[in-house]
Design a protein around this ligand. Structure first.
Ligand code: ADP
Length: 640
């Protein structure tokens, strides 16, 4: 079937209601498909702009659009945003009081709304069915559609019942949307919802957008080894025992001042400790994990979403149901257990399309921690967890483009990306071979020391032997008489640790899980015997303080407003203040009123008459009318 709406008319609706000049990849195709009366399955990454794919058609369809979503916490947000865009919307879920519920149902009955958000368990109730029996439903949208599949990672049984609701509204075309779906899950969604089946007589289109999020810079740093120069990064003295991870984090936060971000940790305890440390160091940071009370969690989330507190330190419990578009960074203080989890978590950054930074702090110890929690798994479940961990570890250790690796994991070819803003490897300008150095000699020394001491000791002891330490234990064993004693003084203890970790990662060394005893693998023995060359990304700090990778300047979020534009900067501050006030009055998060990019665009273009307003990113007719006077008066005030 043909779409009755031209691309031009759809773009003018986009501009009018949402203030955007162009569609994001895939949006137009999905919208045209729906408006041509085809059932549609859209797979788009987080932040890809799925919401718009049902909201724009809803504006022109005759009947109402129902959006089924499991994320109750997001519904209020979506509805507020739509109201701001001048689109009548409401939601029905268990969080409403009886009065609110009745009011909303009467609005639906009276034909006063275009979009109804609804939890799946609400949709399938008898009461809801009676209500909908007398209403024309034009579009049934299933958000997070992977929840319908038992093969998905988030199966929800109530999703299965949506199919019966669909049967009662054969006139409604169906749009299923998700950010993650393998072919099996996609088939499952299609079958369960009878997309494109004869039963309903609609056609069917499937759109799978790329998983690439080109605006997220990917970086991995090794947190193995000891602290180097933490004192210079501290804002005040501390009693916390700092690790290399803390040091790297402080460095990162200093380079990302005034930006909002999430720091993910492995455990609740770590979240609490890190939050306390950051607060002590005058960072505005709050904790979020399942051990906090509901009220505390909700309050911390609110403060983060409202831009009152820029940093949240969290376990993986944090993120589902967060719609904050201006998250500028995601730091993994510990490695996630799978690339799927990593992808989902970094995906919370840069939803507004502006540049964002994902930093993963990795050490081999993370792998052991994750393995420890896999102990109760058996059979295929264990094998799957092992595979996931392996893929994640390979990503962390990779010396080739991380974006390509991530995309390959999701079955996509490498993306054409800007090497300046892709990942640490690409922006270093070095190829994989250049990032590695010849460590044959030190590796031979280390491996021999392990062999000569009988493969009975941990790294610390072996390194002490290499450094020629005269501690009692070494003398007692007579290891001061070995040929390897004292032959490793060219590197510090920390550098030797780095080499140990690299050799473990490269499969030359094994570490026993109980006493951390090091032993050689067959590969190591072969290499020693054949005197083969060993090349690894070893960066000794002893004689080369500079990092191999050029510092990640390219990965920083670039403001579109030039900071030398003094007037513009003052306007931006005033606009932020105005946004805070308006958001408080309307009891919505600031981004519902305007995104950061919109405020910056105003500060750059400095509109002084009404007609200039709609040229601003994110301002359509409705918002221009609503907020135009405020904006113009602020700009004029600063022009004199
Ligand atoms: P998803 O649901 O796919 O994770 P959203 O629908 O929440 O993503 O969209 C993410 C952000 O992108 C929102 O802030 C939204 O306003 C913005 N957005 C959506 N479409 C466009 C567009 N065509 N141009 C600019 N920004 C857009």
């Amino acid at each position: 079937m043909q779409c009755n709406f031209s691309e031009k008319s759809l773009i003018s609706l986009l501009k009018k209601h949402f203030g955007y000049k162009s569609f994001r990849p895939g949006q137009l195709q999905v919208i045209e498909s729906v408006l041509s009366g085809n059932d549609t399955l859209a797979v788009m990454p987080t932040g890809g702009g799925k919401s718009l794919c049902c909201q724009l058609p809803a504006l022109v369809l005759k009947g109402i659009t129902i959006v089924v979503s499991p994320l109750i916490a997001l519904m209020q947000d979506q509805v507020s945003q739509l109201e701001e865009a001048g689109i009548e919307a409401l939601f029905l879920n268990s969080s409403l009081t009886l009065d609110q519920y009745s009011l909303n149902t009467s609005l639906i009955r009276g034909g006063k709304v275009k979009i109804v958000y609804c939890a799946p368990e609400t949709l399938v109730t008898e009461r809801m069915q009676q209500l909908l029996a007398n209403v024309q439903v034009s579009l049934l949208t299933i958000d997070e559609a992977h929840c319908i599949s038992e093969w998905g990672h988030d199966f929800r049984p109530e999703y299965r019942m949506i199919a019966s609701v669909r049967a009662q509204h054969p006139e409604a075309v169906c749009l299923a949307m998700t950010a993650t779906a393998t072919q099996t899950v996609r088939n499952d969604i299609k079958r369960s919802l009878k997309l494109g089946s004869k039963t309903f007589g609609f056609g069917f289109n499937e759109f799978v957008s790329t998983f690439n999020r080109p605006n997220i810079f990917l970086e991995v740093k090794s947190k193995a080894g000891s602290v180097q120069n933490a004192a210079a990064l501290l804002k005040k003295p501390t009693n916390f025992r700092l690790t290399r991870a803390d040091e790297l984090l402080l460095e990162f936060l200093q380079a990302h001042k005034n930006e909002s971000g999430i720091i993910y940790c492995f455990s609740r305890k770590q979240v609490d400790e890190l939050t306390e440390f950051l607060q002590e160091q005058n960072y505005k940071a709050l904790a979020y994990h399942a051990g906090l009370s509901d009220t505390e969690r909700a309050e911390n989330q609110r403060l983060f979403v409202q831009d009152e507190v820029p940093i949240i330190v969290a376990t993986l419990a944090f993120g589902m149901g967060i719609n904050k578009p201006n998250v500028r960074f995601v730091v993994h203080y510990d490695m996630p257990k799978s690339l799927e989890q990593y992808y989902q978590e970094i995906g919370r950054a840069g939803r507004d399309g502006e540049n964002a930074h994902a930093l993963l702090l990795y050490s081999y110890g993370d792998t052991n921690k994750i393995r420890f929690f896999m102990q109760d798994k058996t059979g295929t479940e264990l094998a799957a967890a092992e595979n996931q961990l392996e893929a994640m570890t390979a990503f962390a250790q990779s010396r080739t483009c991380r974006r390509s690796l991530l995309l390959a994991h999701f079955g996509e070819p490498p993306a054409e990306s800007n090497p300046e803003f892709c990942c640490d490897i690409c922006s270093s300008g070095l190829n994989a071979a250049e990032l590695e150095t010849d460590v044959t000699i030190p590796a031979q020394k280390l491996l021999s020391a392990i062999l000569r001491t009988g493969e009975k000791f941990g790294a610390s002891y072996v390194i002490d032997v290499l450094l020629g330490s005269r501690q009692k234990r070494i003398l007692d064993y007579g290891h001061n008489k070995l040929s390897v004693f004292g032959i490793g003084t060219e590197f510090s203890k920390q550098d030797w640790y780095q080499l140990v970790n690299l050799l473990i990662d490269a499969g030359f060394l094994r570490k026993s899980s109980d006493y951390q005893v090091l032993s050689l693998t067959r590969d190591a023995k072969d290499t020693l015997r054949d005197r083969g060359e060993v090349r690894l990304p070893f960066v000794p700090h002893t004689n080369a303080p500079a990092q191999t990778q050029k510092s990640g300047k390219a990965g920083s979020y670039k403001r579109i407003l030039d900071s030398s534009d003094i007037k513009g900067m003052a306007i931006l501050e005033a606009l932020k203040e105005m946004r805070r006030k308006l958001a408080k009055e309307a009891e919505v998060p600031p981004y519902v009123i305007f995104g950061d990019r919109t405020l910056e665009d105003i500060a750059i273009k400095k509109p002084v008459v009404f007609s200039q307003l709609t040229d601003i990113y994110g301002i359509g007719e409705i918002k221009a009318e609503r907020y135009g006077d405020f904006i113009i008066s602020i700009v004029r005030e600063h022009q004199t």
